[in-house]
Design a protein around this ligand. Sequence first.
Ligand code: GUN
Length: 300
Amino acid sequence: MTEMNNLIDGKSVATDIRQEVKDAVEKRLNAGRQPGLALILVGEDAASKVYVNMKKKACEEVGMRSLIERMPAETTQTELMAKVEEINNNPDYNGLLVQSPLPDGLDEDAVVRAINPMKDVDGFHPQNVGLLTLGQRRFVPCTPLGVFELLERYNVDPSGKHAVVVGRSHLVGMPMALLLSQKARGGNATTTICHSRTKDLGAMTRQADILVAAIGRPEMITADMVKEGAVVIDVGVNRVEDSTKKRGYRLTGDVAFDEVQPKASLITPVPGGVGPMTVALLLKNTLLAEEYQFAAKISS
Ligand code: GUN
């Protein structure tokens, strides 16, 4: 079989975006403005440590200011809220995110509500979720925004198409469906949201011109569930045991890649598809945060 060239190269697009952000930061630095991102990490979750360090490094690479506030697992809600408030009021940091998941006993929703919505580069604050729902985008969560950018850069116009999003999380599925269905460029799809209670999932996904899998179940989307010529976006990052690997596991998506690839017109691999886009879009959101705050400052 000849090698198929229907891959969406998220790594390469993410590199382009990071360069674009770097150029934009350089211009602002020349005007005495340095965008900054503060990251709060509570506890010792191993994956969270990796993510937070990766985000800080990405900031440094594009010339942004960045800070990791590390707090112990025993941190109280009051202490965490005070830290959020401190950064809300620190003009050096335009963006603020609290890495999820938080240790047991901390109220994540309350923490998100305490973040200054103009600094909410994750796009998780109810105000930003509400604005997205109304078609008045301010901050959109980075992963669905990354998918949106991939579709745009690969000239996939969702207008009039049937988009099926599998997964309804606040991080990915729900904002993804909102972006795809909004009345704006890159939107205008007829959008279906599927989830764990959907009956006959395959009957739904087979209707998809654009299929977004964000379920968190390894290789759940099989070839028989995909329409010939569909654009398949795999947001899943699952660890599955693999004794042939030195680390004892491999990463796999929510899509059974090998069997689905021949049916798809375009498909994202795991890793190297959606994953690298998330950090790139976080940088872009931080740039946007600085712009909003700068505009507010000069108009006050
Ligand atoms: N944990 C996993 N993904 C994310 C994310 O996008 N933002 C935050 N704050 N925590 C996460």
